[in-house]
Design a protein around this ligand. Structure first.
Ligand code: HEC
Length: 146
């Protein structure tokens, strides 16, 4: 009897852990998608603001994108490789250091951009270099075609 009870309890614990893991994977995948979407919205806002030379208004958005990238470093654990419509490619987990380095660079570049816009002749070129090029550099290797 005792053994059966132990087995039942152990099985229940396993099942509940599994459920918990599944749920948190869903939360993590949805959470990272939401942050990438927010970054995209903010990047578009930055472009519009800079077109009309609203430099000071654009700076807080750059900081926000930089902070999101830093948070995103923790949003690719092993149990979030698939499911919940993720577009993340397996290459992320095969090249985790490279992926994290790109994410960190994207974050650092947004802070550089906030400084660079104070004294540049060409706002478009500097945005391309320090913002947009990082999106495509990472997507081309680590995000599924969509
Ligand atoms: C270091 C890597 C990296 C960088 C830099 C990066 N992305 Fe992504 N992006 C990804 C990955 C990986 C996904 C797929 C996430 C998923 O579906 O789980 C993604 C997904 C997205 C999505 C889809 C979100 C959704 O709702 O499914 C958008 C939009 C996006 N990125 C925009 C951008 C833009 C704009 C930039 C630059 C300003 C950028 N990303 C920079 C890796 C990156």
């Amino acid at each position: 009897m005792f053994k059966i009870k132990t087995l039942v309890v152990a099985t229940l614990i396993l099942i509940s852990q599994q459920l918990y893991a599944t749920q948190s994977a869903e939360e993590i995948i949805k959470g990272r998608k939401a942050m990438f979407s927010e970054n995209y919205q903010n990047a578009k806002k930055i472009s519009i603001l800079l077109k009309s030379k609203k430099i000071e208004e654009a700076k807080p958005l750059m900081k926000k994108i930089s902070d999101n990238y830093k948070k995103l470093l923790d949003y690719f654990p092993e149990n979030t490789k698939e499911g919940f419509k993720t577009e993340a490619l397996p290459s992320i987990w095969e090249n985790k250091d490279e992926f994290n380095t790109l994410m960190q660079k994207a974050s650092d570049d947004m802070l550089k951009l906030a400084k660079a816009i104070d004294n540049t002749e060409d706002l478009r070129a500097v945005q391309k270099e320090l913002m947009w090029s990082n999106c495509s550099a990472c997507h081309s290797r680590f995000r599924a075609p969509h």
